[in-house]
Design a protein around this ligand. Structure first.
Ligand code: URA
Length: 434
């Protein structure tokens, strides 16, 4: 079977067999298939898409590229949560501690920054000492004793996803529902879960811009879960402006800390509570969804989620004091205020441009090899619907190197739309697919 023929056929829109997809993924994982051929294949998928059967085959091939994680010895009902990617989307680090504090076991397998969106692993690694490369024994031990642990793809856990994920990030092939579904579901099936909550983001800051496509992606992932006997629910949520105010790794950890102390932004708190409630419900720690919502709120108000996150930080080698003393986190050396020349209502903030600005100054990667700067990012001063005077501050950019600050600042200016009239409020949670 020649790889060139597979690329050729996919480019022409043909359906590949399970065996052919497995051959390609296994070959790429072992290093026999070079980056340039895999990149060409991914671009062909981007343009011609994949059938459900092909997505299933791609998911299985990536899943079986590693040995997976046997969690039979870990007690409790195991539930994970995953987002398709957004700007300022730090909900995993709020919802999961709340659900863990309610007694759900959370074996979380996360990803890194992808395109203009952030990654849970990069956010956590901005905490000095925090290790996301736990061995499987350490992972199991922490799940038994703390109830929540986070790792990424590794040689044992979906290594092919780790490699393809990084290649997609550097070849403009992220925004494919087929590739997103296979990437997420291979990771989620690797940990023998009992339940899964998905957050499918839609809008300017998401990889999926249209509701109809978001719905299709949600249905595809829930169907893959069902075939694997995994109970899954997907929320489709708005990503037309960044979630919360902070974008950038250490800055987002600060906002997570504030939110877990019930002093966070309303939009972020609302979505995180709903995700936590669904994790609690699927984790059988509540009789029904209504009770689960009450429990999630209780765990926020009594600080149990906040304490659980500190336990996780401690267990994974970080200093939990970072949640109280932000000076212990990496801090940027420069700050630039971006102001508006005209007053009015903020009617839109293009989240993709905001994410690109953060990536430009180092909060994300522009090549497979580039390093993230954990300190940099931005804090919005206003959100959609708020009033701002002429000369008022829209956003503060936090940077450590000056070279791309001007471009980033232009991107932020382009992202904001100011109008004379207040915009209609938008729904945050658009649909549920289960
Ligand atoms: N998250 C993932 O794990 N994979 C994607 O492709 C997108 C978001």
């Amino acid at each position: 079977m020649r790889i060139l023929d597979l690329i050729y056929r996919k480019r022409n829109g043909e359906e590949l067999s399970e065996e052919e997809i497995a051959h390609l993924v296994t070959g790429y994982n072992s290093g026999e298939v070079p980056d340039y051929q895999m990149a060409a294949f991914l671009m062909a998928v981007y343009f011609t898409n994949m059938s459900d059967k092909e997505v299933g085959a791609m998911t299985s091939a990536m899943l079986t590229s590693g040995e997976g994680i046997d969690l039979r010895d870990v007690g409790g009902v195991k539930v994970d949560k995953h987002s398709t990617g957004g700007v300022g989307d730090k909900t995993s680090l709020i919802a999961a501690p709340l659900a863990a504090a309610a007694g759900v076991t959370i074996p979380m397998i996360s990803g890194r920054a992808l395109g203009h969106t952030g990654g849970t692993l990069d956010k956590l690694e901005s905490i000095p000492g925090f290790r996301t490369d736990l061995s499987l024994d350490e992972f199991r031990h922490q799940l038994t004793h703390v109830g929540f642990a986070v790792i990424g793809q590794s040689d044992q856990v979906t290594p092919a996803d780790g490699k393809i994920y990084a290649l997609r990030d550097a070849t403009a092939t992220i925004e494919s529902t087929a590739l997103i579904a296979a990437s997420i579901m291979s990771k989620k099936l690797a940990a023998s879960l009992d339940g899964l909550v998905l957050d499918v983001k839609v809008g300017s800051g998401a990889f999926i811009k249209k509701l109809i496509e978001a719905r299709r992606l949600a249905q595809m992932m829930v169907a893959i879960a069902r075939r694997a006997n995994l109970r899954a629910q997907a929320l489709i949520t708005d990503m037309n402006q960044p979630l919360g105010y902070a974008v950038g790794n250490a800055l987002e950890i600060m906002e997570v800390s504030q939110t877990l102390q019930n002093a966070g932004p309303t939009d972020l708190t609302r979505i995180s509570l709903e995700l936590a409630a669904r994790m609690i419900y699927l984790g059988k720690a509540a009789k029904n969804l209504e009770d689960a919502r009450k429990i999630a709120e209780e765990k926020l108000l009594d600080g149990a989620g906040y304490r659980k996150f500190k336990e996780v930080i401690q267990a994974q080698g970080g200093n939990p004091q970072v949640l109280d003393r932000f000076d212990l986190l990496p801090n940027a050396t420069g700050v630039l205020e971006i102001t508006t020349p005209r007053g009015g209502y903020v009617s839109a903030i293009d989240a993709e441009l905001v994410g690109q600005a953060a990536t430009l100054i180092g909060a994300g990667r522009d090549s497979k090899e580039s390093e993230i700067d954990p300190a940099v990012g931005l804090i919005l001063e206003v959100k959609v619907g708020q009033k701002v005077d002429a000369g008022g501050v829209l956003c503060r950019l936090y940077y450590t190197k000056e070279d791309r600050v001007e471009d980033a600042s232009q991107s932020i200016e382009d992202a904001f739309r100011i109008s004379a009239q207040a915009p209609e409020p938008r729904e945050l949670i658009l649909e549920v697919v289960s």
